[in-house]
Write a protein that binds this ligand. Structure first.
Ligand SMILES: Cc1ncc(COP(=O)(O)O)c(C=O)c1O
Length: 292
């Protein structure tokens, strides 16, 4: 079955050319996006993802081209047409097509692209064994809170990590503080048992999974502190993990040469993974995901 994408009002095979060559998303990365986990046929945390899309659009001076109701209908149609129950939705909004010129075009309609693909649920063994990350300098711009498609520093860091045998990179600012992963938020558990993640600021993306994990940690009564932490502190942490819509909650058991805890997913991380899975199977299936 050929995959079907939504592109500017039409449902088309994904391989069919359907975006103009002079689309500003292609030429300037003048575009923002979202990735939403789909569990049991439902987009998980749909409202906060669409809130963040609207915020990213607002920050680059793009007005919503349609109502949220209409957008949600498109998401469901894309899922249905691709017969996806568990997977990912990808939404991209660009400023549209216009003769190449950095200035905003005056009468161009934004482009909207929606695709979906299947994604196998995380393997319990991978979840228990965790992944290794390498620390790399954060080379990104100063508005990482905007979910821009300009991801070159992120993908270069990811590839550098993969080439060196790591699962991902944790990015570190010039101040020695960890910002986030190349496509995830970074967390540690300190020797005192505090769960720590960096506060929302322009230095990081405000992860939707991050917000859900904060809420679930609260339900589990895990002591939580929102503050920056250094690479040295992360390497000495008792536990570490990362969060994102696609990886959900994933234990980090090595940072470069440093083994975290006993080299396996720690108890707080496992408790959070268990709670997040319950959230996916109960709340998401009931259509309540994202209702904070
Ligand atoms: C740089 C960055 N940080 C954090 C995240 C996690 O965000 P979310 O939990 O909304 O997927 C992502 C997700 O793609 C990301 O690209």
């Amino acid at each position: 079955m050929s995959r079907i994408a939504y592109v500017n009002g039409r449902y088309v095979p994904i391989s069919q050319p359907s975006v103009e060559v002079e689309d500003r998303g292609l030429q300037f990365a003048d575009s923002v996006y979202e990735v939403i986990l789909v569990s049991g046929g439902k987009p998980v945390d749909e409202e906060p993802h669409l809130d963040r899309l609207e915020r990213s659009m607002g920050e680059i001076h793009l007005a919503p081209a349609m109502s949220r109701r209409a957008l949600k209908l498109i998401l469901r149609r894309v899922l249905r047409r691709n017969r996806i129950n568990d997977g990912m939705l990808y939404l991209q909004v660009t400023r549209g097509a216009a003769p190449r010129n950095p200035a905003f075009p005056s009468d161009t309609r934004p482009s909207l692209i929606v695709t979906a693909r299947r994604l196998a649920p995380m393997n319990p063994k991978d979840l228990a064994e965790g992944v290794a990350v390498t620390a790399l300098p954060d080379l990104r711009w100063k508005r990482c809170d905007i979910k821009s498609v300009a991801l070159l520093p992120n993908i270069l860091a990811k590839q550098q990590a993969l080439d060196a045998g790591f699962f991902d990179a944790w990015l570190v600012g010039e101040d020695g503080l960890v910002t986030e992963g190349s496509a995830s938020n970074a967390w540690i558990v300190t020797a005192d048992g505090d769960l720590v993640t960096r506060p929302a600021s322009p230095a990081i993306l405000r992860g939707v999974t991050r917000m859900t994990a904060i809420r679930l940690a609260g339900e589990l009564k895990i002591p939580f502190v929102e503050r920056p932490f250094s690479l040295a502190e992360a390497k000495a942490a008792r536990e570490a993990f990362l969060t994102s819509a696609s990886a959900t909650v994933l234990p980090v058991v090595c940072i470069d040469e440093a083994v975290i805890g006993d080299g396996r997913a720690g108890p707080l991380t496992m408790a959070l993974i268990k709670r997040y899975r319950a959230y996916l199977s109960k709340d998401a299936a009931a259509g309540k995901a994202g209702a904070a």
